[in-house]
Ligand binder design. Structure first.
Ligand SMILES: *Cc1c(COP(=O)(O)O)cnc(C)c1O
Length: 360
């Protein structure tokens, strides 16, 4: 077996220990004589899986009791519509557009009501996060929306906007469980799990109870109604059982690593290796503004598209996979999620130095 170092932005690397456990339990999950894929979602065994997953997530993120945890499907993208359907009952929402993902969410919300872009960093090719201190929100907005870590541009909010009594809704897909978070600052915190937590398709929605009500925009499908999902234990229909099981294994893995404090220290050490090197050379440029840098997604360029292409090609030969940047930024992008071992980042920086020496 030869595993590569996989720097994919998503679906992305998962912990080897988790994959090994899933493999060991594939044919017979804990004496049930069947795979998690084959069991009823109403069975005691699966109830144990989803309840334990929720309890472990609550422990990891220190989720207050007045928040519900929903395990849904459709990825983060389906919630681009789910959020207005459940929350835009007064017809208005304010969006900060800091990259492709918040732009997509904003566009989707416009189909449902008066979504307003209150700030955008598109003028700088989304290389920075708009200054949250300068923003004004409409007092009658139903919510304010941000994408906390923009996966493509490698930027992260290091300070949240102060929205007063207006609920803050945050897409945390690409920074989920990468560091401790104060859930009480958000009305809704949600993320597709394929970046940092589990297999594509599952989305976790953590929502404050007072935002769950028996009203939705017209024609909201039943499986999109958060309150119904909260009351039904995320089982308005058959949930993505196997995906939830893998998320649960990842939660256990994170708890064993020292929880989110532990992960933060490891993630910062990994990001520092890469950024310190990027800052020490003129050969490569990190494209995100320094104050807004993400510790999960790190885009960089040489400034010469042909050289970038050569880098990607030779990196692949060296066992460094999926390092090509998104077409909107070009160059390279290293996604160094929780499950990327520090050895992978060491190998990448060593490769970068070597490539620099040979191509300067
Ligand atoms: C990948 C990503 C999404 C979309 O996730 P899907 O699982 O494809 O729906 C949304 N937001 C962010 C920040 C992402 O990185």
């Amino acid at each position: 077996m030869a595993r590569v170092y996989n720097f994919s932005a998503g679906p992305a690397v998962l912990p080897v220990e988790v994959l090994e456990q899933a493999a060991a339990e594939m044919l017979d999950y804990q004496g049930t004589g069947m795979s998690v894929m084959e069991m009823s979602h109403r069975s005691a065994a699966f109830k144990g899986i989803i309840d334990t997953a929720e309890a472990d997530l609550r422990k990891l993120m220190n989720i207050p009791d007045n928040y519900k945890v929903l395990f849904l499907q459709g990825g983060a993208t389906l919630q681009f519509a789910g959020i207005p359907m459940n929350l835009m009952l007064g017809g208005k929402a304010d969006y900060i557009v800091s990259g492709s993902w918040s732009k997509k969410a904003f566009k989707e919300a416009k189909m449902y009501g008066d979504a307003k872009c209150v700030a955008s960093s598109e003028d700088g090719n989304f290389s920075y996060i708009p200054n949250v201190d300068e923003l004004e929100f409409r007092p009658d907005a139903d919510y304010v929306y941000i994408c906390e870590n923009e996966t493509i541009y490698g930027t992260k909010y290091h300070k949240l906007p102060d929205t007063g009594d207006i609920p803050l809704v945050a897409d945390v897909s690409s920074c989920f469980l990468s560091e401790p978070v104060d859930v009480s600052k958000y009305g809704v915190i949600y993320g597709g799990v394929q970046k940092n937590v589990g297999p594509a398709g599952v989305v976790i929605v953590i929502v404050r109870e007072d935002l769950l009500h028996d009203e939705w925009l017209p024609n909201t499908p039943s499986i999109m109604r958060w309150k119904a999902q909260a009351e039904g234990g995320s089982m308005v229909n058959t949930p993505p059982c196997y995906g939830i099981y893998i998320c649960g294994l990842v939660f256990k893995w994170l708890l064993a690593k020292g929880g989110l404090e532990g992960m933060k220290a490891i993630n910062e050490a990994k990001a520092k290796l890469l950024y310190d090197y990027l800052d020490s050379t003129d050969f490569y440029t990190a494209t995100a503004r320094k104050e807004d840098r993400s510790i999960m997604n790190i885009p960089f360029v040489t400034g010469d598209p042909d050289l970038d292409a050569k880098f990607v090609k030779e990196a692949k030969k060296a066992g460094i996979e999926n390092i090509k940047g998104h077409r909107s930024v070009g160059g390279m992008r290293a996604s160094i999620y929780n499950a990327m071992p520090i050895e992978g980042v060491r190998k990448l920086t060593a490769f970068m130095k070597d490539f620099e020496v040979k191509n300067k």
